[in-house]
Ligand binder design. Sequence first.
Ligand code: SF4
Length: 242
Amino acid sequence: MSTLAPELAVGPAALPAADALDRALRTASPAEVIAAAVRTLGREKVALVSSFGTESAALLKVMADVDPAIPVVFLDTGWLFEETLAYRDTLIAALGLTDVRSIKPDEEALSRQDPDRELWFSDPDACCRIRKVEPLARALKPFAGWINGRKRFQGGARADIPVVEDDGVRLKFNPFANVSREEIEAIYTLGKLPPHPLVASGYQSVGCMPCSSRSAAGEDARDGRWRGRAKTECGIHTMKMS
Ligand code: SF4
């Protein structure tokens, strides 16, 4: 198990440099990365952000084994599948998660900018901004760091993510940066984790209903997201934090 140098184990008032943490954790296991995040910032100051999608149970399982009381932020965009909401509740019970916070978009922003619920079609970046980016920015305000489940094998903008980075305001931990698809599958198998209900009907990646589609054989999982558009990310990983 890698251990942080003592000078890195400081509180949120004096956040350690992300690149120093990244160097210290570059070969650490996902559990070691999460444990280091908690040790460095304190449990109340770090949140895991989960979509409760098709691969989410693996990261939540690793987190629960470290500490099931780490806060989990879930963005309930108003466009999620019923199956995803049910899966959230299934995983809360199965993993014993004690602090899952379901965050909704601002009602006034919705009625002003998306009164007809068609913004996903006319301007998906604006839709993601009011339904995901702004709610997440608000939800993360009390935290000094956050944990997410991106992997390098997902390619695109994720192909070279570090294990620890700085989003401009907070430390951002990517415990699965180094892991392979096979290692994720092994976590599901060993942990006897239930699959997302929509996997059985062909969804390899699940987000909002209008922007998720089944994947064809040979496609990457995220090819089913925003199909037919240049968009590949919702913006929560590219937003400028405040
Ligand atoms: S994924 Fe689609 S429906 Fe969901 S917030 Fe983004 S544009 Fe809107």
